[in-house]
Design a protein around this ligand. Structure first.
Ligand SMILES: *[C@@H]1O[C@H](CO)[C@@H](O)[C@H](O)[C@H]1NC(C)=O
Ligand SMILES: *[C@@H]1O[C@H](CO)[C@@H](O)[C@H](O)[C@H]1NC(C)=O
Ligand SMILES: *[C@@H]1O[C@H](CO)[C@@H](O)[C@H](O)[C@H]1NC(C)=O
Ligand SMILES: *[C@@H]1O[C@H](CO)[C@@H](O)[C@H](O)[C@H]1NC(C)=O
Ligand SMILES: *[C@@H]1O[C@H](CO)[C@@H](O)[C@H](O)[C@H]1NC(C)=O
Length: 412
């Protein structure tokens, strides 16, 4: 496992290498296995890829082919989902357990092959079986074909990946089973920045980032948490958001980033404050008031320090919005608009069909009754237009769909 500063600089070293014009093949081998780490005064065996937590970054240039050999050395079923990748013509490589593939059984392996086309910026990958993604995850960074010169914003001097996550001392497989039975007794113990909870929690290290005065940094922020949206700030610094979910946005200046589960935000930060030490911090944002029992209200923080700063000075803490500060979240989300690029299509302005789509989370009675009093009789379900979804017991979902397509093609 790499200490936090090394994580940042290893990414830096890999940063600006590839800018070749031809599509390449980027090949990785992921060994998924136990890793013992110490957090919050305790040792815990977690699942990790190649003994790294967060996992290794996959670095590609738009148009590249990606080949990842996943070797499941864990005692659990496993799949890896390439979160946000369009998977054009390669739906089978999407990694959604029992939807596009059967899981990789313990001791088995699978090679994922897909191309990254028409997307630039930051995505990520994660386990897609049970809650294993809590520790089995990592960045997927997509650079433009023309290298940093082709970025639609001033070239940054350096870049840093910031993975926001959760630390669970509990068994996450059991926790997920409980949630499905609408028992929300188990929650995470801490939030993390690049795997480190920070000094607001008991015996916890801070993630540390060293910056140089006057330099410009591209922060690639990823929310890899299971349950929480975050506010993220760096004291004394502001951001210009330039992309979300591997799509460029019109530059948007803000002193706070709001990031939902699974989302990524690319933001430029200039190190132009008084050379000193500053906290970067993330705290949750939740609309529900009162707070649902499965959310926690704590803060993770890391330290940003200038090269010339005295290490004895105590860092400045940013003031974060309060837990239910919807105006901040609303302002952030509604300020993001896509960047209009020359020669690229705009948003289609003509609408052929309007659709009304609702998404919800609720409970159903196990026996199919209209109403059931006991929590034990209820199942937690998510739904789209009132239709819920149950994983098939055998045969992947996409298989059933494609059989129908084939049957239709044969009969017409
Ligand atoms: C990995 O950890 C699990 C507990 O999560 C344990 O049951 C298993 O025996 C461990 N496997 C190895 C190879 O150490
Ligand atoms: C991915 O790219 C390679 C190389 O350009 C090409 O041969 C292959 O057909 C592409 N795969 C898909 C599914 O489009
Ligand atoms: C830190 O440790 C103290 C003493 O053991 C305990 O009372 C407290 O709840 C702990 N705080 C957190 C955030 O875990
Ligand atoms: C969240 O935590 C902060 C800081 O400890 C506290 O001031 C605030 O009241 C808490 N909010 C809720 C809704 O519990
Ligand atoms: C969902 O079901 C409720 C209750 O039957 C109904 O009022 C609502 O219109 C339905 N919504 C959609 C989008 O079908």
């Amino acid at each position: 496992m790499m200490p936090p500063t090394v994580f940042a600089f290893a990414l830096f070293a890999l940063t600006f290498i590839g800018s070749q014009a031809n599509a390449a093949t980027v090949e990785h081998t992921f060994h998924i296995r136990n890793l013992t780490v110490s957090r919050m005064c305790k040792e815990k065996v977690i699942l990790a890829v190649n003994d790294q937590y967060p996992g290794p970054a996959i670095q590609v240039t738009e148009g590249d082919s990606v080949v990842v050999h996943v070797i499941n050395e864990s005692p659990f079923d496993m799949t890896i989902h390439w979160h946000g990748v369009f998977q054009l013509g390669s739906a089978w490589a999407d990694g959604a357990n029992m939807v596009t593939q059967c899981p990789i059984r313990p001791g088995k392996r699978l090679t994922y092959r897909f191309n990254v086309t028409g997307q630039e910026g930051t995505l990520w990958w994660h386990a897609h079986v049970s809650y294993h993604r809590v520790t089995v995850h990592g960045p997927l960074i997509i650079r433009p074909k023309g290298g940093t010169e082709a970025l639609p914003f001033p070239k940054p001097d350096d870049e840093v990946t910031i993975v926001l996550g959760e630390w669970w001392s509990a068994n996450v497989v059991k926790a997920e089973e409980e949630v499905m039975r609408s028992i929300f007794s188990t929650i995470s113990d801490a939030f993390t920045i690049n795997g480190y909870p920070g000094d607001l929690y008991n015996c916890s290290e801070n993630y540390k980032l060293e910056v140089e005065y006057g330099k410009t940094y591209l922060l690639r922020i990823i929310n890899a948490a299971l349950d929480n949206q975050f506010f993220y700030k760096v004291a004394g610094h502001t951001f210009t958001v330039v992309g979300v979910d591997a799509t460029y946005t019109k530059p948007y200046k803000t002193d706070v980033i709001v990031i939902a589960l699974g989302q990524t935000v690319d933001a430029i930060m200039v190190a132009d404050s008084t050379p000193a030490r500053y906290y970067m911090a993330a705290s949750p944002y939740a609309t529900e008031d009162p707070q649902p029992p499965y959310l926690e209200n704590t803060t993770t923080r890391g330290i940003l320090q200038y090269k010339s700063a005295s290490l004895s000075s105590s860092p400045v803490m940013p003031s974060l919005p309060s837990l239910h500060h919807t105006p901040t979240a609303h302002r952030f989300y509604t300020s993001l608009t896509s960047l209009l690029l020359p020669g690229q299509p705009t948003v289609p302005l003509h609408v052929d069909e309007r659709m009304f789509i609702t998404i919800g989370v609720g409970t159903l009675c196990k026996g199919g009754e209209e109403w059931c009093e006991l929590i034990a009789d209820r199942l937690v379900v998510t739904s789209m237009n009132n239709v819920s979804f149950r994983l098939p017991k055998q045969g992947v979902n996409a298989g059933a769909h494609f059989k129908r397509v084939v049957a239709y093609a044969l009969s017409t």
